[in-house]
Design a protein around this ligand. Sequence first.
Ligand SMILES: Cc1cc2nc3c(=O)[nH]c(=O)nc-3n(C[C@H](O)[C@H](O)[C@H](O)COP(=O)(O)OP(=O)(O)OC[C@H]3O[C@@H](n4cnc5c(N)ncnc54)[C@H](O)[C@@H]3O)c2cc1C
Length: 468
Amino acid sequence: MPTPAVMWFRQDLRLADNAALKAAAEAGPLVCVYVLDDATPGGWAWGAASRWWLHNSLVRLAEGLARFNVPLVLRRGPADKVIAEILHETGAASLHFTRDYAPWSGALEQRVKTIATEAGAACHRYGGFLLHEPEAIRTGQGQPYKVFTPFSRACFALGDPRPPRPAHKNLKAWEGRIKGDKLEDWRLLPRRPDWSTGFAIWTPGEQGARQRIETFIDDALSDYAEGRDRPDLARTSRLSPHLHWGEISPVQCWTAIRSAMAAAHGRLDRQGEKFLSELLWRDFSYHLLHHWPDLPSTAFQEKFAAFPWRHDPKALRVWQRGETGYPIVDAGLRELWATGYMHNRVRMIAASFLIKDLLIDWRQGETWFWDTLVDADIANNAASWQWVAGSGADAAPYFRIFNPVLQGEKFDPEGDYVRKWCPELRDLPNAVIHRPWEHEAGVKGYPARIVDHAAARHRALLALKSLS
Ligand SMILES: Cc1cc2nc3c(=O)[nH]c(=O)nc-3n(C[C@H](O)[C@H](O)[C@H](O)COP(=O)(O)OP(=O)(O)OC[C@H]3O[C@@H](n4cnc5c(N)ncnc54)[C@H](O)[C@@H]3O)c2cc1C
């Protein structure tokens, strides 16, 4: 029996454009494995919404591999220990995996390399999760970037990435026997209660990702640059969970958008460039995380270490439940709870409200998002929360405080988004939909404002002043 090659799937749950899988398939008959590791990430083990997505994505990946009669072996435990066992049990000659950038991953990958070498297996690590490796983009002085615009300019200057690799025509399984867990036994799906009914809007998996980008290009790309800020319109791609789990590579997305731009002979250039630059924001978050691994837990700007956050679990709970009395904030948090997603503009408004109107530490919001978002992502989440808090590398200044009423009126002008998620407000006229306290007849069943925004703004600015 020929010695196998082990393919360790991580956040690259796809068959197409997967350099690690391609190399493994060329190196020998395949042993494909996914390891559920709740130990190594410590407090950053997958949250509840991520676990829902992971379950469904693994089902799809296993089906994709099954078309070639290749089983997906599921194992649970610290990844280095599990990989050591797999190499020992199979006598594999090589191990292949896609690189990951979480703060604990560098050390984990190093340990795995040592284990593989000791087991006599060649260890190969590949890129593919990002458009550009974090070390590859440097300022003229050889330093990492802290500001997005020159970072993206440097990336665009490199030209388009290599074209995606075509899907496999054939994969061959190792003939030996190897045991794995049953996916159901991992209990990744919620049971009592099952809060995931609203997640039916998603189709996790490689095919779902492909459909998502095709639909986006057909229906929304032509209005992306303007429409992307409107939560009442479906003008963004909703590719974030698919990208997070690697069901589609950023290179596949980039190439698909470039092809659409070329086919439109210039008509989609501005829209397409805007989308490509959003993909670069994702790379930028990882660039920051790679060079500043404390990003998820520590303010990038040191002076924010002394910020006088309020400890107010009751207010945090009100925010989490979407009962602040500010419709756009509440609509966003309710959308998040129901679907595992919140529109980007509303994420900014809701985050600003927690940090600045309630003076609650951004890390509390980051943790809530980690548990509830289907696209919860260690780099994007941390970089975005720090951006809103004003403590990040290339952050919005702290003194720029979102007014939730004006933001609502600007980006949800007819109130459709608010009416969808706050049905108590359904019958309000547009003029007061974002300021229901001004409705003369009052509103039954909708909470009063937890703070007065003008007073809260003043308090936030005083808190900021205390830092200088
Ligand atoms: C407080 C806060 C927390 C966030 N947490 C996350 C998170 O955990 N995971 C996550 O993927 N994004 C996060 N974002 C960024 C952004 O909101 C989402 O990526 C976006 O809403 C996803 O929707 P979409 O796929 O339709 O985006 P599109 O507008 O279609 O953008 C295409 C892709 O570009 C990337 N992208 C877009 N905007 C950003 C951004 N600001 N930063 C980094 N990448 C971006 C995403 O991968 C996205 O799928 C957060 C933003 C804020 C303000």
